[in-house]
Design a protein around this ligand. Structure first.
Ligand code: AP5
Length: 221
């Protein structure tokens, strides 16, 4: 049976990265995080990394032509969760074409709805492992030892784009460029609305419940 193809949609700080990791482990499907891929390229100073760093640090979207190349090389089989792609209607069309060419399609889009205050609180306390990318929050998901990753004992750092002014910019970009995807996918009957303001386990439970209601479990496993 074909595995499910999902997109996680939501504002900065809505918990996309957190839920993508949980879902990927639970359902055994691949997690493709555009933000993580681009940050890794930037940290290794590759040609791609150099070309995207400026956009990311400013909190604006990387141009679609660059993103198109990256994503096309990552989607090579069914059974995935896309975190951070698509971010506008043009990227949604790109995704549809890539999937059609491989005889596949997008099954559902999980929209994590979160209010701005919650998102800002989360981003201002976020810490990320420099080595393995594990996510923490100084209050709600604190590591056992301050600034040390529980998994690999590497240093935890603050993301460059989590500065207050950049967070504000990223929120604005979400509202102006990405928000329209909510209606776009709702009209296609693909959107699953999830309250992202709850704690991470609650949010995961809601997603699972929604899958059960829609009887998607068969497709996931
Ligand atoms: P990206 O890395 O995708 O950033 P984002 O979309 O702004 O989302 P975030 O990673 O900030 O938040 P999240 O929703 O994943 O929340 P998280 O789970 O980490 O993209 C970065 C940049 O790359 C973009 O600005 C752009 O420049 C570029 N880019 C990426 N994709 C692109 C594309 N398709 N096109 C063009 N450019 C692109 O959680 C945040 C914090 O909250 C963590 O500390 C976490 O521990 C905590 N937390 C999470 N869930 C909960 C919860 N339920 N309760 C309490 N705390 C929680």
């Amino acid at each position: 049976m074909r595995k499910i193809n999902l997109v996680l949609l939501g504002a900065p700080g809505s918990g996309k990265g957190t839920q993508a990791k949980i879902l990927s482990e639970y359902y055994g499907i691949e997690n493709i995080s555009l933000g993580d891929i681009l940050r890794q390229e930037a940290s290794h100073n590759t040609a791609l990394g150099k070309s995207v760093k400026k956009y990311m640090n400013e909190g604006v979207l990387v141009p679609d032509e660059i993103i198109k190349e990256v994503i096309a090389s990552k989607i090579d089989k069914t059974g995935f969760i896309l975190d951070g792609f698509p971010r506008n209607i043009n990227q949604a069309t790109i995704l549809q074409k890539i999937l059609e060419e491989s005889g596949s399609s997008l099954d559902k889009v999980i929209y994590l709805e979160v209010n701005q205050d919650t998102a800002v609180r989360r981003l201002s306390g976020r810490r990320v492992c420099k080595n393995c990318g594990a996510l923490y929050h100084v209050v709600t998901m604190a590591p056992k030892q301050t600034n040390i990753c529980d998994r690999c004992a590497s240093e935890l750092v603050v993301r460059e784009d989590d500065k207050e002014t950049t967070v504000r910019k990223r929120w604005e970009v979400f509202m102006n460029e990405t928000h329209s995807l909510i209606d776009y996918y709702r009209k296609q009957d693909k959107l699953l609305d999830i309250d992202g303001n709850q704690d991470k386990d609650e949010v995961f439970e809601r997603i699972k419940e929604t899958f059960n209601t829609h009887k998607y479990n068969n497709k996931v496993v």
